[in-house]
Design a binder for this molecule. Structure first.
Ligand SMILES: CC(=O)N[C@@H](C)C(=O)N[C@@H](C)C(=O)O
Length: 620
Protein backbone atom coordinates (compact mmCIF):
# COMPACT_ATOMS: atom_id res chain seq x y z
CA UNK A 1 0.00 0.00 0.00
CA UNK A 2 1.30 3.46 -0.75
CA UNK A 3 -0.33 6.82 -0.47
CA UNK A 4 0.59 10.36 -1.40
CA UNK A 5 -1.26 13.64 -1.00
CA UNK A 6 -4.04 13.89 -3.54
CA UNK A 7 -2.89 10.73 -5.31
CA UNK A 8 -4.25 7.24 -4.99
CA UNK A 9 -3.18 4.65 -2.44
CA UNK A 10 -2.69 1.31 -4.13
CA UNK A 11 -3.15 -2.20 -2.75
CA UNK A 12 -1.21 -4.92 -4.50
CA UNK A 13 -1.19 -8.70 -4.28
CA UNK A 14 2.08 -10.07 -5.63
CA UNK A 15 2.31 -8.43 -9.09
CA UNK A 16 -1.37 -7.50 -9.34
CA UNK A 17 -2.94 -4.18 -8.37
CA UNK A 18 -6.11 -4.98 -6.42
CA UNK A 19 -7.35 -1.54 -5.54
CA UNK A 20 -6.66 2.12 -5.99
CA UNK A 21 -8.14 4.50 -3.42
CA UNK A 22 -7.73 8.19 -2.92
CA UNK A 23 -7.82 8.46 0.87
CA UNK A 24 -8.11 12.23 1.06
CA UNK A 25 -10.94 12.68 -1.44
CA UNK A 26 -13.10 10.28 0.59
CA UNK A 27 -13.22 13.38 2.78
CA UNK A 28 -13.13 11.65 6.17
CA UNK A 29 -9.89 13.33 7.25
CA UNK A 30 -7.12 15.72 6.13
CA UNK A 31 -3.66 14.91 4.85
CA UNK A 32 -2.25 11.44 5.55
CA UNK A 33 0.82 11.56 7.85
CA UNK A 34 3.99 10.07 6.36
CA UNK A 35 6.49 11.21 9.02
CA UNK A 36 8.14 8.82 11.45
CA UNK A 37 6.96 10.75 14.51
CA UNK A 38 3.22 9.98 14.26
CA UNK A 39 2.86 8.19 10.95
CA UNK A 40 2.24 4.50 10.30
CA UNK A 41 0.61 2.29 7.67
CA UNK A 42 -0.12 -1.10 9.25
CA UNK A 43 -2.05 -4.19 8.13
CA UNK A 44 -4.42 -5.80 10.61
CA UNK A 45 -3.37 -9.34 11.57
CA UNK A 46 -6.29 -10.59 9.43
CA UNK A 47 -4.96 -8.49 6.51
CA UNK A 48 -8.46 -7.10 5.88
CA UNK A 49 -7.92 -3.60 7.29
CA UNK A 50 -5.25 -0.93 7.17
CA UNK A 51 -4.42 1.46 9.98
CA UNK A 52 -2.92 4.89 9.35
CA UNK A 53 -2.72 8.39 10.82
CA UNK A 54 -4.08 11.54 9.20
CA UNK A 55 -4.86 15.12 10.11
CA UNK A 56 -8.32 15.55 11.62
CA UNK A 57 -10.92 16.88 9.24
CA UNK A 58 -11.51 20.58 9.68
CA UNK A 59 -14.80 22.36 9.12
CA UNK A 60 -15.22 24.03 5.79
CA UNK A 61 -14.92 27.75 6.37
CA UNK A 62 -16.24 30.78 4.59
CA UNK A 63 -15.62 34.50 4.93
CA UNK A 64 -18.27 36.72 6.51
CA UNK A 65 -18.03 38.60 3.23
CA UNK A 66 -18.13 35.64 0.80
CA UNK A 67 -19.75 36.74 -2.45
CA UNK A 68 -22.78 34.61 -3.38
CA UNK A 69 -21.22 33.58 -6.71
CA UNK A 70 -17.90 32.28 -5.32
CA UNK A 71 -19.75 30.56 -2.50
CA UNK A 72 -21.98 28.73 -4.95
CA UNK A 73 -19.03 27.58 -7.08
CA UNK A 74 -17.10 26.26 -4.11
CA UNK A 75 -20.14 24.38 -2.85
CA UNK A 76 -20.79 22.78 -6.23
CA UNK A 77 -17.20 21.53 -6.48
CA UNK A 78 -17.42 19.93 -3.07
CA UNK A 79 -20.77 18.31 -3.87
CA UNK A 80 -19.23 16.52 -6.84
CA UNK A 81 -16.34 15.16 -4.76
CA UNK A 82 -18.20 14.09 -1.65
CA UNK A 83 -21.65 13.63 -3.05
CA UNK A 84 -23.13 15.50 -0.11
CA UNK A 85 -23.32 19.14 0.82
CA UNK A 86 -21.06 20.00 3.75
CA UNK A 87 -21.86 22.46 6.47
CA UNK A 88 -19.84 25.63 6.29
CA UNK A 89 -18.77 27.76 9.25
CA UNK A 90 -18.51 31.49 8.87
CA UNK A 91 -15.50 33.64 9.77
CA UNK A 92 -13.09 30.91 10.81
CA UNK A 93 -10.81 30.75 7.81
CA UNK A 94 -8.07 32.64 9.69
CA UNK A 95 -8.23 30.44 12.76
CA UNK A 96 -4.77 29.58 14.13
CA UNK A 97 -4.03 25.88 14.52
CA UNK A 98 -1.02 25.00 16.66
CA UNK A 99 1.25 22.41 15.15
CA UNK A 100 3.99 20.12 16.43
CA UNK A 101 6.78 22.43 15.30
CA UNK A 102 9.90 22.01 13.23
CA UNK A 103 9.48 19.50 10.36
CA UNK A 104 5.89 18.82 11.53
CA UNK A 105 4.24 22.02 10.32
CA UNK A 106 0.50 21.79 9.69
CA UNK A 107 0.47 18.58 11.73
CA UNK A 108 -1.83 19.59 14.53
CA UNK A 109 -4.53 17.06 15.44
CA UNK A 110 -3.70 13.56 14.23
CA UNK A 111 -6.49 10.97 14.13
CA UNK A 112 -6.28 7.17 13.80
CA UNK A 113 -8.00 5.90 10.66
CA UNK A 114 -8.97 2.37 9.68
CA UNK A 115 -9.58 1.44 6.06
CA UNK A 116 -11.76 -1.60 5.43
CA UNK A 117 -10.19 -2.84 2.23
CA UNK A 118 -13.07 -4.94 0.99
CA UNK A 119 -15.70 -2.24 1.53
CA UNK A 120 -13.39 0.72 0.73
CA UNK A 121 -14.74 2.30 3.87
CA UNK A 122 -12.78 4.57 6.23
CA UNK A 123 -13.50 4.83 9.95
CA UNK A 124 -11.94 7.64 11.96
CA UNK A 125 -11.43 6.27 15.46
CA UNK A 126 -13.42 7.83 18.29
CA UNK A 127 -12.83 7.41 22.00
CA UNK A 128 -9.34 8.85 22.13
CA UNK A 129 -9.12 11.54 24.85
CA UNK A 130 -9.40 15.00 23.34
CA UNK A 131 -6.22 16.21 25.07
CA UNK A 132 -4.11 13.53 23.36
CA UNK A 133 -2.53 13.40 19.89
CA UNK A 134 -2.17 9.76 18.78
CA UNK A 135 0.51 8.19 16.56
CA UNK A 136 2.92 5.23 16.10
CA UNK A 137 -0.13 2.92 16.18
CA UNK A 138 -0.50 -0.81 15.51
CA UNK A 139 -3.13 -3.56 15.87
CA UNK A 140 -3.53 -5.28 19.20
CA UNK A 141 -3.44 -9.10 19.35
CA UNK A 142 -6.61 -10.51 17.72
CA UNK A 143 -7.33 -7.14 16.05
CA UNK A 144 -9.66 -6.18 18.90
CA UNK A 145 -8.26 -2.68 19.11
CA UNK A 146 -5.33 -0.40 18.49
CA UNK A 147 -2.25 0.35 20.56
CA UNK A 148 -0.69 3.77 20.10
CA UNK A 149 1.49 6.46 21.63
CA UNK A 150 -0.47 9.52 22.76
CA UNK A 151 1.23 12.86 23.33
CA UNK A 152 -0.45 15.35 25.67
CA UNK A 153 -1.08 18.60 23.82
CA UNK A 154 -2.49 20.71 26.67
CA UNK A 155 -1.93 23.49 27.52
CA UNK A 156 -0.09 23.80 24.17
CA UNK A 157 2.06 21.84 21.74
CA UNK A 158 5.86 22.01 21.79
CA UNK A 159 8.22 20.90 19.00
CA UNK A 160 8.68 17.13 18.85
CA UNK A 161 11.57 16.75 16.39
CA UNK A 162 14.74 15.69 18.27
CA UNK A 163 12.74 16.00 21.50
CA UNK A 164 11.93 12.60 22.98
CA UNK A 165 11.14 14.30 26.30
CA UNK A 166 7.49 15.22 25.62
CA UNK A 167 4.89 13.85 28.06
CA UNK A 168 3.37 10.81 26.37
CA UNK A 169 2.03 7.38 27.19
CA UNK A 170 1.04 4.06 25.64
CA UNK A 171 -2.73 3.65 25.09
CA UNK A 172 -5.13 0.98 23.94
CA UNK A 173 -8.44 1.81 22.27
CA UNK A 174 -10.99 -0.97 21.93
CA UNK A 175 -12.68 -1.00 18.52
CA UNK A 176 -15.99 -2.41 19.69
CA UNK A 177 -16.60 -0.26 22.76
CA UNK A 178 -14.45 2.77 21.84
CA UNK A 179 -13.04 2.60 25.39
CA UNK A 180 -9.51 3.98 25.73
CA UNK A 181 -7.08 2.71 28.38
CA UNK A 182 -3.70 4.12 29.43
CA UNK A 183 -1.08 1.35 29.56
CA UNK A 184 2.06 3.15 30.73
CA UNK A 185 3.05 5.74 33.32
CA UNK A 186 1.32 9.11 33.48
CA UNK A 187 4.47 11.15 33.91
CA UNK A 188 7.03 9.93 31.35
CA UNK A 189 7.78 10.18 27.67
CA UNK A 190 7.51 7.03 25.53
CA UNK A 191 8.11 6.00 21.94
CA UNK A 192 8.55 3.08 19.52
CA UNK A 193 6.18 0.43 20.92
CA UNK A 194 6.94 -2.91 19.20
CA UNK A 195 4.75 -6.04 19.52
CA UNK A 196 6.52 -9.41 19.86
CA UNK A 197 6.00 -12.04 17.12
CA UNK A 198 4.03 -14.22 19.58
CA UNK A 199 1.75 -11.19 20.14
CA UNK A 200 2.23 -11.37 23.91
CA UNK A 201 4.48 -8.45 24.79
CA UNK A 202 5.23 -4.89 23.79
CA UNK A 203 8.64 -3.27 24.29
CA UNK A 204 9.04 0.50 24.16
CA UNK A 205 11.48 3.25 25.14
CA UNK A 206 10.76 5.55 28.08
CA UNK A 207 12.51 8.64 29.43
CA UNK A 208 11.88 11.69 31.61
CA UNK A 209 9.69 14.66 30.65
CA UNK A 210 11.38 18.00 29.88
CA UNK A 211 15.04 18.08 30.97
CA UNK A 212 17.58 17.32 28.18
CA UNK A 213 15.83 16.93 24.81
CA UNK A 214 17.37 13.48 24.23
CA UNK A 215 18.52 11.28 27.08
CA UNK A 216 19.40 7.76 28.06
CA UNK A 217 16.16 5.69 27.89
CA UNK A 218 14.74 2.75 29.78
CA UNK A 219 13.68 -0.25 27.73
CA UNK A 220 10.28 -1.23 29.15
CA UNK A 221 8.08 -4.23 28.46
CA UNK A 222 4.31 -4.52 28.82
CA UNK A 223 2.86 -8.01 29.08
CA UNK A 224 -0.42 -8.03 27.14
CA UNK A 225 -2.00 -10.81 29.20
CA UNK A 226 -0.83 -10.06 32.75
CA UNK A 227 -0.94 -6.26 32.14
CA UNK A 228 2.35 -6.01 34.06
CA UNK A 229 5.09 -3.60 33.02
CA UNK A 230 8.76 -4.30 33.71
CA UNK A 231 11.94 -2.32 33.14
CA UNK A 232 14.17 -4.58 31.02
CA UNK A 233 17.13 -2.20 30.75
CA UNK A 234 17.36 0.79 33.06
CA UNK A 235 18.99 4.18 32.50
CA UNK A 236 22.78 3.90 32.80
CA UNK A 237 24.36 6.78 34.73
CA UNK A 238 27.98 5.86 33.97
CA UNK A 239 29.47 3.23 31.64
CA UNK A 240 29.26 -0.27 33.11
CA UNK A 241 32.34 -2.48 33.55
CA UNK A 242 31.64 -4.18 30.22
CA UNK A 243 31.54 -0.74 28.57
CA UNK A 244 27.72 -0.58 28.13
CA UNK A 245 26.68 3.09 28.29
CA UNK A 246 22.89 2.69 28.09
CA UNK A 247 20.27 3.06 25.38
CA UNK A 248 20.42 6.51 23.84
CA UNK A 249 18.09 6.09 20.93
CA UNK A 250 15.00 8.05 19.94
CA UNK A 251 13.58 5.15 17.95
CA UNK A 252 13.63 1.35 17.90
CA UNK A 253 13.83 -0.32 14.48
CA UNK A 254 10.32 -1.04 13.15
CA UNK A 255 11.11 -4.75 13.57
CA UNK A 256 13.42 -5.58 16.43
CA UNK A 257 12.27 -8.89 18.01
CA UNK A 258 13.95 -12.29 17.68
CA UNK A 259 11.69 -15.04 16.28
CA UNK A 260 11.21 -16.69 19.70
CA UNK A 261 10.00 -13.37 21.20
CA UNK A 262 12.74 -13.56 23.85
CA UNK A 263 15.31 -11.03 22.64
CA UNK A 264 15.24 -7.49 21.24
CA UNK A 265 17.82 -5.90 18.91
CA UNK A 266 18.79 -2.27 19.26
CA UNK A 267 21.33 -0.22 17.34
CA UNK A 268 22.50 2.72 19.41
CA UNK A 269 25.64 4.76 20.14
CA UNK A 270 28.15 3.37 22.64
CA UNK A 271 30.57 6.27 22.91
CA UNK A 272 31.16 7.30 19.29
CA UNK A 273 30.43 3.92 17.76
CA UNK A 274 26.93 2.76 16.81
CA UNK A 275 26.74 -0.88 17.93
CA UNK A 276 24.15 -3.58 17.46
CA UNK A 277 23.00 -4.82 20.86
CA UNK A 278 20.91 -7.86 21.79
CA UNK A 279 18.80 -7.57 24.93
CA UNK A 280 17.53 -10.69 26.67
CA UNK A 281 14.08 -9.60 27.88
CA UNK A 282 13.93 -12.19 30.66
CA UNK A 283 17.24 -11.21 32.31
CA UNK A 284 17.91 -7.69 30.98
CA UNK A 285 21.36 -8.88 29.88
CA UNK A 286 22.82 -6.78 27.04
CA UNK A 287 25.30 -8.33 24.59
CA UNK A 288 26.95 -6.58 21.67
CA UNK A 289 26.90 -8.31 18.30
CA UNK A 290 29.40 -5.89 16.81
CA UNK A 291 31.83 -4.60 19.41
CA UNK A 292 34.40 -7.25 18.45
CA UNK A 293 34.18 -6.43 14.74
CA UNK A 294 36.35 -3.98 12.82
CA UNK A 295 35.76 -0.34 13.73
CA UNK A 296 32.78 1.43 12.23
CA UNK A 297 29.08 1.83 12.96
CA UNK A 298 26.16 -0.54 12.49
CA UNK A 299 22.45 0.05 11.89
CA UNK A 300 19.69 -2.56 12.06
CA UNK A 301 17.44 -2.20 9.01
CA UNK A 302 15.23 -5.23 9.51
CA UNK A 303 14.94 -8.59 11.23
CA UNK A 304 12.56 -11.33 10.14
CA UNK A 305 12.65 -14.89 11.53
CA UNK A 306 16.08 -14.06 12.97
CA UNK A 307 17.52 -13.05 9.61
CA UNK A 308 18.94 -9.58 10.10
CA UNK A 309 19.64 -6.96 7.44
CA UNK A 310 22.13 -4.35 8.62
CA UNK A 311 24.24 -1.61 7.14
CA UNK A 312 27.80 -0.97 8.22
CA UNK A 313 29.99 2.04 7.45
CA UNK A 314 32.91 4.03 8.78
CA UNK A 315 34.26 7.54 8.12
CA UNK A 316 36.34 6.21 5.21
CA UNK A 317 33.97 3.52 3.94
CA UNK A 318 30.43 4.12 2.55
CA UNK A 319 27.63 1.90 3.89
CA UNK A 320 27.39 -1.69 2.73
CA UNK A 321 24.49 -4.11 3.23
CA UNK A 322 25.02 -7.28 5.23
CA UNK A 323 22.80 -10.15 6.27
CA UNK A 324 23.24 -12.69 9.03
CA UNK A 325 21.22 -14.99 11.31
CA UNK A 326 20.96 -14.01 14.95
CA UNK A 327 22.96 -16.68 16.83
CA UNK A 328 21.30 -18.63 19.62
CA UNK A 329 21.33 -17.04 23.07
CA UNK A 330 24.79 -17.34 24.60
CA UNK A 331 26.51 -17.75 21.20
CA UNK A 332 26.35 -14.09 20.13
CA UNK A 333 30.13 -14.01 19.72
CA UNK A 334 29.72 -16.48 16.83
CA UNK A 335 27.85 -13.87 14.77
CA UNK A 336 28.90 -13.98 11.13
CA UNK A 337 27.80 -11.64 8.35
CA UNK A 338 27.50 -12.03 4.60
CA UNK A 339 28.13 -8.80 2.73
CA UNK A 340 25.62 -8.41 -0.10
CA UNK A 341 27.56 -5.75 -1.95
CA UNK A 342 31.05 -4.68 -0.92
CA UNK A 343 31.83 -0.98 -0.79
CA UNK A 344 35.36 0.23 -1.26
CA UNK A 345 37.18 1.79 1.71
CA UNK A 346 38.58 5.14 0.59
CA UNK A 347 42.33 4.61 0.76
CA UNK A 348 43.00 8.36 0.70
CA UNK A 349 41.15 8.92 4.04
CA UNK A 350 42.48 7.74 7.39
CA UNK A 351 40.71 8.23 10.72
CA UNK A 352 41.05 7.58 14.42
CA UNK A 353 39.09 8.03 17.64
CA UNK A 354 40.68 10.22 20.32
CA UNK A 355 39.67 10.12 24.00
CA UNK A 356 40.01 13.15 26.25
CA UNK A 357 39.84 13.81 29.98
CA UNK A 358 39.26 17.48 30.65
CA UNK A 359 42.00 19.23 32.65
CA UNK A 360 41.31 19.23 36.45
CA UNK A 361 40.16 22.86 36.46
CA UNK A 362 37.47 22.01 33.88
CA UNK A 363 36.17 18.92 35.66
CA UNK A 364 32.44 19.21 36.39
CA UNK A 365 31.95 19.47 40.19
CA UNK A 366 28.50 17.91 40.16
CA UNK A 367 29.48 15.16 37.71
CA UNK A 368 33.22 14.63 38.27
CA UNK A 369 35.50 12.37 36.25
CA UNK A 370 33.61 12.46 32.95
CA UNK A 371 35.46 12.12 29.67
CA UNK A 372 34.60 12.74 26.02
CA UNK A 373 35.99 11.97 22.58
CA UNK A 374 36.47 13.06 18.99
CA UNK A 375 36.95 11.51 15.57
CA UNK A 376 39.86 12.80 13.50
CA UNK A 377 39.90 12.35 9.71
CA UNK A 378 43.06 13.03 7.75
CA UNK A 379 44.06 12.77 4.11
CA UNK A 380 46.36 9.71 3.96
CA UNK A 381 48.88 11.34 1.67
CA UNK A 382 50.35 14.62 2.84
CA UNK A 383 52.91 16.33 0.64
CA UNK A 384 56.37 16.23 2.21
CA UNK A 385 56.77 19.00 4.71
CA UNK A 386 53.14 19.96 4.08
CA UNK A 387 51.02 20.89 7.06
CA UNK A 388 47.33 20.09 7.14
CA UNK A 389 44.55 22.66 7.39
CA UNK A 390 41.99 21.66 10.04
CA UNK A 391 38.20 22.00 10.09
CA UNK A 392 36.67 21.68 13.58
CA UNK A 393 33.07 20.37 13.64
CA UNK A 394 31.16 20.13 16.93
CA UNK A 395 27.71 18.54 16.61
CA UNK A 396 24.37 20.20 17.41
CA UNK A 397 21.67 19.23 19.84
CA UNK A 398 23.61 19.58 22.14
CA UNK A 399 22.49 16.06 23.19
CA UNK A 400 23.49 14.24 20.05
CA UNK A 401 26.63 12.42 18.88
CA UNK A 402 28.84 12.07 15.83
CA UNK A 403 29.47 8.33 15.43
CA UNK A 404 32.16 6.59 13.40
CA UNK A 405 30.06 6.27 10.26
CA UNK A 406 30.17 7.57 6.71
CA UNK A 407 29.44 11.30 6.30
CA UNK A 408 29.61 12.31 2.65
CA UNK A 409 30.53 15.95 3.29
CA UNK A 410 33.42 15.19 5.66
CA UNK A 411 34.75 12.53 3.29
CA UNK A 412 34.69 15.02 0.39
CA UNK A 413 36.40 17.73 2.48
CA UNK A 414 39.05 15.22 3.47
CA UNK A 415 39.58 14.28 -0.19
CA UNK A 416 40.02 18.03 -0.85
CA UNK A 417 42.99 18.01 1.56
CA UNK A 418 41.41 19.05 4.89
CA UNK A 419 41.75 17.22 8.17
CA UNK A 420 38.47 17.25 10.13
CA UNK A 421 37.87 16.98 13.85
CA UNK A 422 34.36 15.83 14.90
CA UNK A 423 34.03 16.59 18.60
CA UNK A 424 31.70 14.76 21.04
CA UNK A 425 32.01 17.19 23.97
CA UNK A 426 30.58 16.32 27.42
CA UNK A 427 26.79 16.31 27.07
CA UNK A 428 26.83 14.04 24.00
CA UNK A 429 24.73 10.87 23.75
CA UNK A 430 26.32 7.44 24.17
CA UNK A 431 28.47 8.21 27.23
CA UNK A 432 25.84 7.60 29.94
CA UNK A 433 23.22 9.80 31.59
CA UNK A 434 25.65 11.71 33.86
CA UNK A 435 27.53 12.90 30.81
CA UNK A 436 24.27 14.28 29.35
CA UNK A 437 23.22 15.89 32.64
CA UNK A 438 26.60 17.59 33.04
CA UNK A 439 25.89 20.12 30.30
CA UNK A 440 22.56 21.92 30.99
CA UNK A 441 23.45 25.14 32.82
CA UNK A 442 27.01 24.99 31.49
CA UNK A 443 26.50 25.61 27.78
CA UNK A 444 28.79 28.28 26.36
CA UNK A 445 31.56 27.24 28.77
CA UNK A 446 31.91 23.46 29.35
CA UNK A 447 31.08 22.51 25.73
CA UNK A 448 33.19 25.36 24.30
CA UNK A 449 36.19 24.47 26.46
CA UNK A 450 35.89 20.76 25.63
CA UNK A 451 35.98 21.53 21.91
CA UNK A 452 38.96 23.86 22.29
CA UNK A 453 40.74 21.32 24.50
CA UNK A 454 40.24 18.64 21.81
CA UNK A 455 41.60 21.01 19.13
CA UNK A 456 44.64 22.02 21.22
CA UNK A 457 45.38 18.35 21.99
CA UNK A 458 45.21 17.43 18.31
CA UNK A 459 47.50 20.31 17.34
CA UNK A 460 50.06 18.98 19.82
CA UNK A 461 50.27 15.82 17.66
CA UNK A 462 52.00 18.03 15.07
CA UNK A 463 51.53 18.08 11.31
CA UNK A 464 48.81 20.77 11.31
CA UNK A 465 49.01 24.35 10.04
CA UNK A 466 47.93 26.42 13.07
CA UNK A 467 47.19 29.38 10.81
CA UNK A 468 44.67 27.39 8.82
CA UNK A 469 41.95 26.35 11.24
CA UNK A 470 38.23 26.72 10.47
CA UNK A 471 35.14 25.94 12.53
CA UNK A 472 31.85 24.69 11.10
CA UNK A 473 28.61 23.87 12.93
CA UNK A 474 24.82 23.88 12.68
CA UNK A 475 22.25 24.86 15.30
CA UNK A 476 23.84 24.18 18.72
CA UNK A 477 26.96 23.33 16.69
CA UNK A 478 26.58 26.85 15.21
CA UNK A 479 26.20 28.20 18.76
CA UNK A 480 29.57 26.56 19.54
CA UNK A 481 31.18 27.83 16.33
CA UNK A 482 30.10 31.42 17.17
CA UNK A 483 31.26 31.01 20.78
CA UNK A 484 34.66 29.70 19.68
CA UNK A 485 35.34 32.64 17.34
CA UNK A 486 34.25 35.02 20.14
CA UNK A 487 36.19 33.39 22.96
CA UNK A 488 39.31 32.53 20.89
CA UNK A 489 39.42 35.49 18.49
CA UNK A 490 42.87 34.90 17.00
CA UNK A 491 42.49 31.19 16.56
CA UNK A 492 39.94 30.45 13.82
CA UNK A 493 40.45 31.89 10.36
CA UNK A 494 37.05 30.99 8.91
CA UNK A 495 33.65 30.12 10.34
CA UNK A 496 30.59 28.59 8.66
CA UNK A 497 27.30 28.17 10.53
CA UNK A 498 23.90 26.72 9.63
CA UNK A 499 20.93 28.22 11.52
CA UNK A 500 23.03 28.97 14.62
CA UNK A 501 21.64 29.68 18.08
CA UNK A 502 23.15 33.11 18.79
CA UNK A 503 21.02 34.51 21.63
CA UNK A 504 18.94 32.28 23.93
CA UNK A 505 17.19 35.32 25.40
CA UNK A 506 15.70 36.29 22.03
CA UNK A 507 15.16 32.69 20.91
CA UNK A 508 13.04 31.63 23.89
CA UNK A 509 9.98 33.62 22.80
CA UNK A 510 9.83 32.43 19.21
CA UNK A 511 11.23 28.89 18.93
CA UNK A 512 9.05 25.76 18.94
CA UNK A 513 11.13 24.50 21.93
CA UNK A 514 11.23 27.28 24.57
CA UNK A 515 11.87 24.54 27.17
CA UNK A 516 15.20 23.83 25.43
CA UNK A 517 16.35 27.43 26.03
CA UNK A 518 15.37 27.26 29.70
CA UNK A 519 16.84 23.82 30.40
CA UNK A 520 20.13 24.41 28.60
CA UNK A 521 20.48 27.77 30.38
CA UNK A 522 20.22 25.89 33.68
CA UNK A 523 16.54 26.23 34.66
CA UNK A 524 13.71 23.78 35.16
CA UNK A 525 10.84 24.25 32.73
CA UNK A 526 7.12 24.04 33.16
CA UNK A 527 4.44 25.27 30.81
CA UNK A 528 3.18 28.13 33.01
CA UNK A 529 6.63 29.54 33.65
CA UNK A 530 6.92 33.36 33.84
CA UNK A 531 10.26 34.67 32.69
CA UNK A 532 12.04 37.05 35.05
CA UNK A 533 14.70 39.57 33.96
CA UNK A 534 17.31 37.40 35.73
CA UNK A 535 16.38 34.42 33.52
CA UNK A 536 16.87 36.47 30.38
CA UNK A 537 20.14 37.87 31.70
CA UNK A 538 21.48 34.36 32.32
CA UNK A 539 20.40 33.27 28.85
CA UNK A 540 22.13 36.27 27.28
CA UNK A 541 25.30 35.66 29.29
CA UNK A 542 25.52 32.09 27.99
CA UNK A 543 25.01 33.12 24.36
CA UNK A 544 27.59 33.75 21.62
CA UNK A 545 26.21 37.28 21.03
CA UNK A 546 27.77 38.21 24.39
CA UNK A 547 31.26 37.71 22.86
CA UNK A 548 30.54 39.14 19.42
CA UNK A 549 32.56 42.34 19.93
CA UNK A 550 35.76 40.24 20.06
CA UNK A 551 35.12 38.39 16.79
CA UNK A 552 37.63 38.80 13.94
CA UNK A 553 36.92 35.61 11.99
CA UNK A 554 35.03 35.94 8.66
CA UNK A 555 31.63 34.28 9.06
CA UNK A 556 29.41 32.59 6.48
CA UNK A 557 25.82 32.26 7.74
CA UNK A 558 23.36 29.88 6.06
CA UNK A 559 19.74 30.39 7.12
CA UNK A 560 16.48 28.59 6.34
CA UNK A 561 13.52 30.91 5.89
CA UNK A 562 11.07 28.38 7.39
CA UNK A 563 13.14 27.29 10.40
CA UNK A 564 10.83 26.94 13.42
CA UNK A 565 13.51 25.52 15.69
CA UNK A 566 16.16 28.25 15.55
CA UNK A 567 14.29 31.01 13.74
CA UNK A 568 16.36 32.80 11.09
CA UNK A 569 16.21 36.03 13.17
CA UNK A 570 18.89 34.42 15.37
CA UNK A 571 21.33 34.42 12.45
CA UNK A 572 20.22 37.88 11.34
CA UNK A 573 20.85 39.28 14.84
CA UNK A 574 24.44 37.99 14.63
CA UNK A 575 24.83 39.15 11.03
CA UNK A 576 23.86 42.73 11.99
CA UNK A 577 26.26 42.70 14.95
CA UNK A 578 29.14 41.57 12.71
CA UNK A 579 28.27 44.13 10.03
CA UNK A 580 28.33 46.91 12.64
CA UNK A 581 31.75 45.66 13.75
CA UNK A 582 32.94 45.48 10.13
CA UNK A 583 33.82 41.82 10.45
CA UNK A 584 33.55 40.08 7.05
CA UNK A 585 30.20 38.30 6.94
CA UNK A 586 28.07 36.79 4.20
CA UNK A 587 24.53 35.52 4.58
CA UNK A 588 22.97 32.82 2.40
CA UNK A 589 19.18 32.76 2.58
CA UNK A 590 17.34 29.55 1.65
CA UNK A 591 13.60 30.08 1.00
CA UNK A 592 11.39 27.02 1.45
CA UNK A 593 13.96 25.39 3.74
CA UNK A 594 13.60 24.58 7.41
CA UNK A 595 16.16 23.93 10.15
CA UNK A 596 18.02 21.15 8.36
CA UNK A 597 18.63 23.02 5.05
CA UNK A 598 18.32 19.62 3.44
CA UNK A 599 16.50 20.33 0.20
CA UNK A 600 18.81 19.32 -2.63
CA UNK A 601 19.43 22.83 -3.96
CA UNK A 602 20.10 24.24 -0.45
CA UNK A 603 22.34 21.39 0.68
CA UNK A 604 24.44 21.34 -2.49
CA UNK A 605 24.74 25.13 -2.62
CA UNK A 606 25.56 25.25 1.10
CA UNK A 607 28.32 22.68 0.76
CA UNK A 608 29.97 24.45 -2.20
CA UNK A 609 29.81 27.88 -0.59
CA UNK A 610 31.11 26.56 2.75
CA UNK A 611 34.09 24.86 1.06
CA UNK A 612 34.90 27.96 -1.00
CA UNK A 613 34.57 30.26 2.05
CA UNK A 614 37.04 28.13 3.97
CA UNK A 615 39.46 27.91 1.02
CA UNK A 616 39.28 31.71 0.56
CA UNK A 617 39.81 32.63 4.21
CA UNK A 618 42.43 29.99 4.95
CA UNK A 619 44.27 31.35 1.85
CA UNK A 620 44.53 27.88 0.29
C1 LIG B 1 16.82 19.91 20.13
C2 LIG B 1 17.32 20.73 18.98
O1 LIG B 1 16.76 20.66 17.91
N1 LIG B 1 18.32 21.56 19.22
C3 LIG B 1 18.82 22.42 18.21
C4 LIG B 1 19.20 23.73 18.83
C5 LIG B 1 19.97 21.73 17.53
O2 LIG B 1 21.12 21.90 17.89
N2 LIG B 1 19.65 20.85 16.56
C6 LIG B 1 20.60 19.94 15.98
C7 LIG B 1 20.19 18.52 16.24
C8 LIG B 1 20.77 20.15 14.50
O3 LIG B 1 21.82 19.72 13.94
O4 LIG B 1 19.88 20.68 13.85
Amino acid sequence: MCSCEGSPGQIWHKNRKLKCLNLTTLNKHGKVYEDDQFGCMVWSHSETHLLYVAEKKRPKTESYFQGPETGLLADEEETIKTDKKEETVLGQQFEYYEDWGEALVRKSSPVLCVLDIEGSNITVLEGIPTNISPGQAFWSPNDTGLVFVGWWHEPFRLGLKYCANRRSSLFYVDLASGKCEQLSSNSSAVCSPRLSPDLCRIVYLECGVFGPHLQCSRLCMFDWYTKQTSVVVDVVQRAKEDGFTGICSSMLSPRCWSADSQRVLISCPQRCRKDLLVVDTSTGEVTSLTSQSEEGSWSLLNIHRDLMVVSCSSPNCPPDLRVGFLPAKGSESKMSWVTLEETQPQADISWQTLNFSPPPEEDNRQYPGLDFNAILLKPTEVTTGGKLPLIVMPHGGPHSVLVSEWYLSTAVLCKMGFSILLVNYRGSLGFGQDNIYSLPGNIGTQDVKDVQFAVDSVLKQGGFDEQKIAVVGGSHGGFLACHLIGQYPEFYKACVTRNPVTNLATMVGCTDIPDWCMVEAGYEYNTDIRLEPANLEQMLNKSPIKHVSKVKTPVLLMLGEDDKRVPSKQGIEYYRALKALQVPVRLLWYPGNNHSLSKVDAESDGFMNAALWIIQHLSL
